[in-house]
Ligand binder design. Structure first.
Ligand code: ADP
Ligand code: MG
Ligand code: MG
Length: 896
């Protein structure tokens, strides 16, 4: 068995992230690049998997760690357990996929009553006691599982007693007292003091990191990010370097570019005299990276140099953790950094223009979800609202929700379908499920690299941090602002993560500037960052358009929708739902046709109105295909409610006079009433009972096209027959359409009008070969195909059991949002195969929600479809995803 349980930094590289975890692989890579990384080694994920399997670390590990420690001692010139010059280490988790803040870290491991004097000799008593205080605290929390607040409470008491504004203001004596108090907490909670054997500290910390892989919050994060539960985490053991020896030391976090806007300049936070998480947990106000240039110019210049090296090497935005010990720079971590959607586009576009990556690669670095969020509306800045409070714009977005002050309430509200804004002093890893549940996060503390900011950006939640004067009292479910304004639980807040403003109440929203730019409209507030984002989006969309094979059409009924869709790049209409043209006041016309009340007049009126609509629609899409679906309503939607009508008739009957017209109406509604309209008289089935209604639409369409052709335009109508189960139905519909076509052709210009069929029943998919004989094209109606394949009524299920199915783990994805590749996808592949065999030049498209869903588009592209059709605002998303599918074709549906 050649498992690798331990790998020194000098022997790994970044390709080994499955074994070393991301953090370990990158530490090894930076060591190879010659960056100043403290010596260290990685205990592998393999060791963690053995731990999970057996409940204890593999026995061989003990000797390996001993050897590796000896190597660290040699490299650092210090001895683990030495009283004069002790080696201390950090014990850090690091899984294969970055899970910010999910796993635990213990710093200063190896510090005991015996080794403490050696640390005093190195940096003074205050520094040494500060390290000891941190070790007892982290060991107590992470290894022994003591609630973090136990230590925090003692710390804040000590601050209050000494008048210190933050922990950095506590002196050696106070810190020494705190160590004593912390150790008493350990003893009273667990019966054990901090182990005084350095090796026992190390071994127990390693085991605790392994065990933290299975903590509830790690599981929540993995479930959300679809990270498998069986990967395990690696553990990195790193020689300590100290940012807390005094003013010439400090810790920082930085990005090679701005992670919120994507602007190409290093961005970060720095805190003098600080260790570890101080800089990200928001307990002290950080300095911008630029301020470091004044404090430590040489270290600052060296850092910028390393940032450039890393960005060129990784060819992407990197984030970096660093520490300065007595003016000397150490790099402690790097990874490809999380970024906002706007930054993702801008960085990908910029890196391709800088020649670091190809345009294909750039396309692979952005996705449809990100684009979608950029196209989302924003708050109407022009309305001139006064913000309630302002902070740092940590993660862009415009979200409105009820204020809540703890993650558990956020989770409950979200489950009730009530959007909420999580308001916190600062967030910690325990808040992750609350952040997932909330639409926005607002914190009093923390910078752009704080926990709240990093997690919110990764999840695409709106976030504002560092709201000055915000005082959150979780126990009272209340926050008070500097001016005394009170925010209570349930108060509506509008959070603008782009400007950093928080407003009371619900603000009006306007289209996003990126959307406006794409649709060719004037943006309301053209800011420089918005323009750069819009430019990057255009650049990458243009590339997507060049490489994609899949065409993108829109689902549209009104001329306004059609024009908007075309402006957003739609290449035709893939689905015009004629029944949508009969809503509102026109409804009554359908009712008259159905109950046979002056039917001929009503039909003529329907045809006249439809011709007007089609004329406008074909004009807006001149030169591009417009697929008109024959009428497909569940008929009851057009008729009065049976119960209501019965009550009216009964009431009139009680007074002794029921009007004959009303009685006839009730009779008709009774006749058409269905127990299960979803499987009832819809689609092509209407042809057998009210074919005149269908004829009216066909005549209107081809007449409109004929008139436009006469006027020199280029209308391209197509007709699509819905809900076909058998070829005989299609043949009937086709003949009927052809008759109408001929009638119109005798009086006006001839119009070519292909006839196609919607594939939305399993039987249609299976008999696709026969259907192709009667159809020039197929269009997969994936909404109904999903309903009928699963036998689930979407409207009923989404309010009902789909949620409990997801909770019970029976269903990973909602099949109505993400195409079910296994079942519905298989039917699509079968229909494509059989259809194309019967008719090689068969046109193939898809319409339905899935046609706008990024993952589903990749599948449909791989299935060999010619086009997808989605709602107009999603057209750019579909263009982008079609492009992405073209540059990584192997992931799509053509894997058979
Ligand atoms: P996370 O995964 O939450 O970023 P890390 O393992 O990176 O946790 O460690 C937490 C903090 O401790 C970070 O700020 C890191 O830079 C710091 N740190 C880790 N190892 C050392 C070390 N050997 N010397 C000094 N600081 C360290
Ligand atoms: Mg952490
Ligand atoms: Mg880190």
């Amino acid at each position: 068995m050649s498992t690798q349980l331990l790998v020194p930094f000098t022997e790994g590289d970044r390709s080994m992230s499955a074994l070393l975890g991301g953090k370990g692989a990158n530490l090894a890579e930076m060591t190879r690049l010659g960056l100043p990384v403290p010596p260290g080694f990685t205990i592998t994920t393999e060791a963690c998997r053995e731990f999970m399997a057996h409940g204890s670390p593999p026995p061989e590990l003990t000797a390996m760690v001993t050897d590796a420690l000896r190597d660290l001692e040699w490299r650092s010139g210090q001895m683990f357990g030495s009283a004069s010059d002790p080696l201390l280490v950090s014990v850090r988790s690091g899984a294969r996929f970055s899970m910010p803040g999910m796993m635990e870290t213990v710093l200063n491991v190896g510090l005991t009553d015996v080794t403490l004097p050696g640390l005093v000799a190195r940096g003074g008593a205050r520094f040494a006691w500060d390290c000891y205080r941190r070790l007892v605290q982290m060991f107590g929390h992470t290894v022994l599982g003591i609630d973090a607040s136990r230590f925090e409470d003692l710390l804040s008491k000590a601050r209050a007693a000494t008048g210190a504004s933050d922990d950095a203001g506590l002196d050696a004596a106070t810190l020494a007292d705190l160590v004593g108090e912390f150790r008493s907490v350990l003893v009273s909670h667990t019966g054990q003091d901090l182990p005084q054997d350095p090796r026992e500290q190390l071994d127990r910390a390693v085991t605790a990191v392994f065990a933290s892989w299975d903590s509830p919050r790690a599981r929540v994060y993995r479930a959300h990010e679809r990270i498998p539960d069986d990967l395990g985490t690696a553990v990195n053991v790193v020689a300590m370097v100290y940012g807390n020896t005094g003013p010439r030391s400090g810790s920082g976090v930085c990005f090679t570019r701005n992670p919120a806007t994507g602007k190409a300049e290093a961005y970060g936070d720095y805190l003098a005299n600080a260790q570890g998480e101080d800089v990200v947990n928001g307990s002290r106000t950080t300095l911008p990276l630029s301020a470091l240039a004044g404090l430590e110019p040489a270290a600052h210049a060296e850092l910028l140099d390393h940032l450039r090296t890393l960005e060129r090497h990784y060819r992407d935005l990197c984030d970096v953790e660093f520490t300065i010990e007595d003016s000397r720079l150490w790099v402690l971590q790097t990874r490809v950094g999380k970024r906002s959607p706007a930054a993702a586009f801008r960085i990908a576009a910029d890196l391709s223009e800088e020649g670091l990556i190809s345009l294909d690669e750039a396309l692979g670095r952005v996705d449809g979800h990100q684009l979608e969020s950029l196209l989302h509306p924003r708050f109407d800045a022009a309305a001139g609202h006064e913000p309630l409070a302002s902070g740092l714009p940590a993660s862009p977005g415009a979200s409105v929700g009820e204020a809540v002050f703890d993650p558990a309430t956020a989770v409950v509200r979200a489950a009730e379908g009530r959007p909420c804004v999580l308001v916190r002093t600062e967030t910690s890893p325990d808040d992750v499920d609350g952040i997932i549940a909330a639409v926005a996060v607002v914190t009093a503390r923390g910078g752009l690299t704080s926990h709240a900011a990093v997690v919110a950006r990764g999840l695409g939640r709106t976030c504002v941090t560092s709201v000055s004067g915000l005082d959150v009292d979780e126990s009272q479910r209340l926050a008070v602002l500097a001016d005394g304004h009170r925010i209570e639980e349930g108060d509506l807040l509008s959070v603008d993560g782009t400007s950093g403003h928080v407003y009371a109440g619900r603000l009006r929203v306007t289209p996003s500037p990126v959307y406006a730019a794409m649709a060719g409209r004037e943006p309301t507030s053209p800011a420089a960052d918005d323009e750069s984002t819009a430019r990057a989006v255009r650049l990458l969309l243009a590339h997507a358009d060049r490489v994609r094979h899949l065409r993108v059409r829109a689902n549209a009924e009104t001329p306004a929708e059609a024009r908007e869709a075309r402006a957003l790049g739609a290449e035709g209409i893939g689905l015009c739902r004629t029944e949508h043209m009969l809503l509102g006041a026109r409804r009554e016309l359908v009712e008259r046709v159905v109950v046979d009340d002056r039917r001929t007049e009503a039909l003529a009126e329907i045809e006249r109105l439809a011709m007007e609509d089609f004329t406008e629609l074909l004009t807006a899409m001149d030169g591009l295909p417009v697929v008109v679906r024959l009428l497909d309503p569940p008929l009851h939607e057009f008729l009065p409610d049976l119960v209501e009508l019965s009550v009216r008739v009964a009431a009139e009957g009680a007074r002794g006079l029921v009007e004959p017209a009303l009685a006839a109406r009730l009779a008709a509604v009774r006749r058409w009433h269905e127990q299960n309209p979803m499987l009832g008289l819809r689609g092509v089935r209407l042809l057998t009972v009210i074919p005149e209604l269908v004829d009216a639409h066909v005549r209107a369409l081809v007449s409109a096209a004929a008139v436009l052709r006469q006027q020199g335009l280029d209308p391209r109508p197509e007709i699509m027959v819905p809900l076909v189960a058998d070829v005989a139905e299609l043949a009937l519909a086709r003949r009927r359409v052809e008759v109408t076509l001929e009638q119109v052709a005798t009086t006006r210009h001839t119009v070519d009008c292909p006839v196609g069929v919607m594939i939305e029943l399993p039987r249609a998919a299976l008999t696709a070969g026969a259907l192709a004989g009667e159809a020039e094209f197929f269009s997969f109606g994936t909404n109904d195909l999903t309903q009928t394949t699963w036998g689930i009524s979407r409207d009923d299920a989404e309010a009902g059991f789909l949620t409990s199915y997801r909770e019970a783990g029976l269903l990973a994805d909602d099949p109505f949002t993400r195409l079910d590749e296994t079942g519905v996808g298989e039917l699509i592949l079968i229909a494509v195969d059989r259809g194309r065999v019967a008719r090689p030049d068969l046109g193939l498209g898809a319409c339905g929600e899935h046609a706008g869903d990024p993952e589903s588009i990749a599948f449909l592209a791989g299935a060999g479809l010619d086009y997808v059709s989605c709602s107009p605002p999603r057209v750019p998303v579909a263009r982008l995803e079609a492009g992405r599918a073209a540059v990584r074709p192997s992931e799509a549906g053509d894997t058979r």
